[in-house]
Design a protein around this ligand. Structure first.
Ligand SMILES: [Ca+2]
Ligand SMILES: [Ca+2]
Length: 189
């Protein structure tokens, strides 16, 4: 009887060990095959100095590393995407400052576990705050345009609104006109 029990125990241990090892070897194969970049979104269409543009990627599967690649002409920037459990998205922050190259930044690819995934074109434009008429200079013309916009005499495009909103509070008022004038005098760089 004792011998029978020890045989049964030995069989149970063998089966247990076998099932654990087979489970462990199968797991990575399933994970790699399911990695997929579903979508990418960007928090702002237009951004000036001081903006934090959030890039969010919906990625399924087992992610070890994820990077968003951004391109603006010949310039490239790689941003590490980190998992945010509250939104279930992988996010990166693009900090815009005075040294950031103006123009359109496009997310060209997302790299997951070393593999490149092409994403549908998502972009945002870095503009110079204060340059409301977008001619590259900040002067009275820009201040006047913002002034007129306050009274509804001109309607600004989204890009012009972003350029006019020098204090970045989402609305155009006299504080912004002063912000533009100060910039035209070089008091604010
Ligand atoms: Ca201008
Ligand atoms: Ca404002």
């Amino acid at each position: 009887m004792k011998k029978l029990i020890s045989i049964i125990l030995a069989v149970m241990l063998f089966v247990g060990a076998f099932s654990i090892s087979s489970y462990a070897t199968e797991l990575p194969i399933i994970d790699i095959s399911t990695v997929s970049v579903k979508s990418v979104s960007i928090s702002d269409r237009y951004a000036g100095s001081g903006y934090n543009v959030i890039i969010s990627a919906s990625i399924t599967g087992s992610v070890k590393t994820a990077t968003a690649q951004l391109v603006n002409g010949s310039e490239k920037k790689d941003l590490e995407l980190t998992y945010d459990s509250s939104s279930n998205l992988y996010v990166a922050t693009f900090k815009v400052d005075k040294s950031t190259t103006l123009g359109t930044w496009t997310v060209s690819n997302v790299i997951v576990n070393g593999n490149s995934y092409k994403v549908s074109s998502k972009a945002f434009t870095v503009i110079k705050l204060g340059d409301v008429n977008r001619d590259g200079k900040i002067n009275n013309d820009d201040a006047l345009m913002a002034f007129k916009a306050i009274f509804g005499l001109v309607i600004l495009s989204d890009e012009e609104k972003c350029a006019a909103d020098t204090n970045k509070d989402g609305q155009i008022d006299f504080i912004d006109v002063f912000g533009i004038v100060f910039r035209s005098f070089g008091f604010i760089k």
